[in-house]
Design a binder for this molecule. Structure first.
Ligand code: MG
Length: 458
């Protein structure tokens, strides 16, 4: 039985609709267009997606406290819609601009196609900064064209606000460490991180075994395994004083993670992992380079403190190797290295399959931050997103269009506006542009390809 609300198909209704069609046919073309526009009023007409074309790409180099500079890019189109992206912190604009000639004239809505077209020009750590910045900007454009937030295009939200974690500045005094952590907790944070490396043991005899005369290159760039640096029992006892001070100040009820342990050997990492067990750390981070999978697995199996890595990994295949072998307990991609919004969402789903949670690294401006927020909102196994700017009051002034304060009691609200939901505050950004550079100046020097290196096989 049809309900009362079901339209009835009978001769009278058929006659009515026939008359309406005849009347419509008699209308002028303009009147007919107006009528059909009313009929499709729920379809966004901000642009004509099939004829959208990329016409320009420009950048601004922003200096801020912490990892810096940060390069914001803007991709323009032939229909007045622009998208924002951000190169991974510290990397230069050239990582993005070398892609411009490969993007001009393309339809920006072909996100996956364009990502795969430029993917080969990205690599680990900051080398992926340009590819990921472009990918963010394409999603921003797509959201604006269809009038939809980015998280919705990824499948929708698992959460309405994103948990932030942050560390504090370091000190040689354990009590000061504890005091700063307490201040962070008072800001409403629900997750803490502390940087604690063997550098706090400098000048303290009997704490670190290391051959004298190591060059700066050896200490910074040579992988931990090749510089014969180990921490002694005395050193471990001293490091534990710092962790104890932090725990005394924030209690044991909130997660506490640890980064920058220093370049020490595998066995030292394991011994520290055991010493820290009583402090219930959420993870120890990037303890050796991520690509030594077997050694990371050895640490993960031997250390009762969980391990984490990922902020320098570009390819999902490399994350999958770590997850499938359970070489780490948790992963930590930086979306500006791990292929952008869609790839990082896929990395999260992949890790979920293996029972591996995903925190997210981030150290840039609100542009990259909001790209991370949308991804985190739409990814089930997300834990918490890093932020390095809690002590920089003007960090949140760089952007408009977002709920302020952007970080409110340890969380960021997921915006419901189109695209990334972030607009630039030009006046504030111009105060922090790197000296000697111009704010979104024309970039015609990047319009032409300067090398013919797209083909990866012959
Ligand atoms: Mg880190």
């Amino acid at each position: 039985m049809p309900s009362d609300k079901t339209p009835r198909l009978n001769r009278r209704n058929l006659l009515k609709s026939s008359l309406a069609a005849a009347a419509s046919a008699a209308l002028s073309p303009a009147a007919r267009a107006a009528q059909s526009e009313t009929a499709i009023k729920n379809v966004n007409t901000n642009s004509s997606p099939s004829t959208l074309k990329i016409t320009d790409m420009r950048y601004a180099v922003i200096e801020k406290p912490g990892p810096s500079p940060c390069v914001i890019i803007r991709i323009d189109t032939n229909q007045g819609v622009s998208g924002l992206g951000e190169v991974r912190d510290i990397a230069g604009p050239q990582y993005a601009m070398v892609l411009k000639s490969r993007l001009l004239g393309e339809n920006p809505l072909r996100i996956d196609y364009l990502f795969q077209k430029i993917q080969q020009f990205g690599g680990n750590a900051r080398q992926a900064g340009g590819v990921c910045a472009v990918e963010m900007a394409l999603w921003d454009i797509a959201g604006k064209v269809y009038n939809i937030p980015v998280y919705q295009m990824l499948g929708g939200k698992w959460r309405d606000s994103i948990r932030i974690y942050a560390d504090t500045t370091e000190s040689l005094d354990p009590a000061e460490y504890g005091r700063r952590a307490k201040e962070r907790k008072a800001m409403g944070l629900t997750w803490m991180k502390m940087d604690l490396g063997i550098n706090v043991l400098d000048g303290m005899p009997g704490t670190v075994m290391q051959p004298s005369g190591l060059s700066g290159w050896e200490q910074r760039v040579q992988p931990n395994l090749f510089i014969a640096t180990e921490v002694t029992d005395k050193g471990i006892d001293r490091l534990c004083e710092y962790v104890a001070a932090v725990r005394e100040n924030i209690g044991y009820d909130m997660p506490l993670s640890m980064d920058h342990l220093g370049h020490i050997g595998v066995k030292s990492v394991i011994r520290l992992g055991k010493a820290y067990e009583k402090f219930n750390l959420e993870w120890i981070e990037d303890v050796i380079p991520w690509y030594y999978t077997d050694l990371l697995k050895e640490i993960t199996q031997e250390s009762p403190t969980p391990t984490l890595t990922g902020e320098d990994i570009y390819r999902i295949e490399d994350f999958e190797k770590l997850c499938s072998e359970h070489a780490v307990d948790k992963i930590h991609p930086d979306l500006a290295t791990s292929g952008g919004i869609l790839q990082t969402h896929r990395i999260g789903d992949m890790a979920f399959k293996y029972g591996v949670p995903m925190a997210m690294h981030f150290a840039g401006t609100p542009v990259s931050c909001m790209a991370s927020v949308h991804c985190a909102a739409a990814t089930r196994n997300f834990l918490a997103l890093e932020n390095h700017s809690l002590d920089v009051p003007w960090w949140q002034d760089l952007a408009t269009g977002l709920d302020k304060p952007i970080i409110n009691k340890g969380y960021i609200n997921v915006p419901d506006t189109a695209g990334l939901g972030v607009a630039l505050n030009d006046d504030e950004l111009k105060k922090h542009v790197r000296r000697g550079t111009e704010y979104f100046a024309p970039t015609p020097e990047w319009n032409q390809a300067q090398s013919w290196d797209d083909a990866l096989f012959s």
